[in-house]
Design a protein around this ligand. Structure first.
Ligand code: TRP
Ligand code: SF4
Length: 334
C-alpha cells in the first residue's frame, strides 16, 4: 500500500512550571493525539520566556526538565516525535535575524497579542526589542522545520498570520534553485471552552487556581475540596445547577461516563457537593494514574531523560541546518 507522506507539524510551549489541567486539555492532550497523523516536532520555547520574564532565568532549566517530564508522562512519544529545546538549536536565532529584515516595525507593533501584553503587564516604555520580535522568533521556530501546520490556541493566530507573511515574503524575495524555500503553515486551531480553575475563573498559573497534571492523590483531594461549586446551593438539600459549577466541567472533561448521573443527582439534590467532589477526585486520580506512573519512570532515570532530550535536539538540529543551507543558497549569503 502506498502512503501519502505525512504532513509536518510544529508546536511549542514556554516552560513556566508544571503543566496544569488547563494546559493539558487545551493543548497537550491534543498533541498526543496528533502524533498518530503527523510527523510532529514539539519544542520547549525557553528563549521565548525571556521576552516577558527576564527575572525567571534561574528557573528555566528546571522548568524545562519538568515540562519534558509532563510531556513524556502524557504520552508524547520520543520514538515518533521530535522533542527538543529551542535554545539548543542556534539556527532559530539566525533565521529570526534574517526574517527580521522582512517585517516592518509597524506590523509588529500592531500585533494584537503584543498590544494586549503591553496593556496587561503595564510595560509601556520598557518594551525590549526581543519582546517586539517575539513573533519573528516564533516564525523562525515554525518555518525552519518547514512545518505545514501548527496546533495552537486561538490566542496565537496573530502570530501565525505573521509567520505566513514572513514565509511568503521570503519566498517572494528569494526563491531557491528548487523553488519556494518555505511552505506557508496553516493553523490547527484547538477550540476549547474556557477551562475553570479551582475558583471558577479561567485556570491560570497567575491566578493561583491550578491543579497540576502531576499532582499527587493527596494534592488532588486537597485542591478539589474547597473548589468552586454552584454558589446558590447553600444547604445540602438545595437543588444545584451543574452548569455553573467548576467541578461539573471537570467531570465533563475527565469522567464523561459520570456526567449524566452527576447532573441529574445535582439537580435533584440527591448528591451533595462533598460527595460529588470526592467522587471526582477519585476518578481524576485514576484518570491521571498512567501519566503519573510514566512520568515517575523518567523522573527516576535522569540519564534516560537526558538521552531523549539530546537525541531530539540532534534530530532537530540536523533539520534546521538543512533548511538554513537552502536559505543561504537562496539568499546568496552565509
Ligand atoms: N508563543 C507560544 C505560546 O506562548 C509558544 C511558541 C513559541 C510556539 N514558538 C512556537 C507555539 C512555535 C507554536 C509554534 O504558547
Ligand atoms: Fe457541582 Fe457536584 Fe455540587 Fe452539583 S453536586 S454543584 S455538580 S459539586
Amino acid at each position: 500500500m502506498s502512503e501519502q507522506p505525512r504532513k509536518t507539524i510544529l508546536s511549542g510551549m514556554r516552560p513556566t512550571g508544571r503543566l496544569h489541567w488547563g494546559n493539558y486539555t487545551g493543548a497537550l492532550a491534543n498533541w498526543v493525539a496528533l502524533q498518530d497523523e503527523y510527523t510532529c516536532h514539539f519544542m520547549v520555547a525557553d528563549w521565548h520566556v525571556l521576552t516577558t520574564a527576564l527575572d525567571k532565568t534561574p528557573e528555566i532549566r528546571e522548568n524545562t526538565r519538568q515540562m519534558y517530564l509532563d510531556w513524556l508522562g502524557a504520552g508524547l512519544d520520543p520514538e515518533r516525535s521530535v522533542l527538543f529545546t529551542q535554545s539548543e538549536i542556534k539556527e532559530h536565532a539566525e533565521l529570526a535575524l534574517l526574517l527580521g529584515m522582512l517585517v516592518s516595525m509597524g506590523r509588529l507593533e500592531r500585533n494584537p497579542t503584543f498590544k494586549e501584553q503591553i496593556r496587561d503587564l503595564n510595560l509601556s516604555g520598557e518594551i525590549s526589542y526581543g519582546h517586539l520580535g517575539y513573533p519573528v522568533l516564533q516564525a523562525a521556530d515554525i518555518i525552519i522545520y518547514r512545518a505545514h501546520a501548527v496546533p495552537v490556541g486561538e490566542d496565537q493566530l496573530p502570530h501565525l498570520e505573521l509567520t505566513r507573511e514572513m514565509a511568503r515574503r521570503f519566498n517572494h524575495h528569494f526563491s531557491g534553485a528548487r523553488g519556494k524555500v518555505f511552505p506557508e503553515p496553516e493553523g490547527l486551531v484547538t477550540k476549547f471552552a474556557r477551562f475553570p480553575g479551582t475558583d471558577g475563573k479561567r485556570m491560570s498559573k497567575s491566578l493561583g487556581n491550578t491543579i497540576e497534571i502531576s499532582a499527587s492523590p493527596e494534592d488532588i483531594h486537597r485542591k478539589i475540596k474547597p473548589a468552586f461549586t454552584d454558589p446558590q446551593r447553600l444547604k445540602r438539600t438545595d437543588p444545584g445547577d451543574p452548569e455553573v459549577c467548576a467541578v461539573y466541567t471537570w467531570y465533563q472533561k475527565f469522567l464523561p461516563d459520570e456526567v449524566e448521573e452527576t447532573a441529574a443527582e445535582c439537580r435533584s439534590a440527591a448528591r451533595g457537593c462533598v460527595d460529588c467532589k470526592k467522587k471526582l477526585a477519585e476518578g481524576v486520580i485514576e484518570h491521571f494514574a498512567p501519566l503519573r506512573e510514566r512520568r515517575a519512570v523518567y523522573e527516576q532515570d535522569g540519564a534516560r531523560l537526558d538521552e531523549i532530550i539530546n537525541d531530539g535536539c540532534t534530530r532537530a538540529r540536523a533539520m534546521a541546518r538543512a533548511t538554513m543551507e537552502a536559505v543561504h543558497e537562496a539568499m546568496g549569503i552565509g
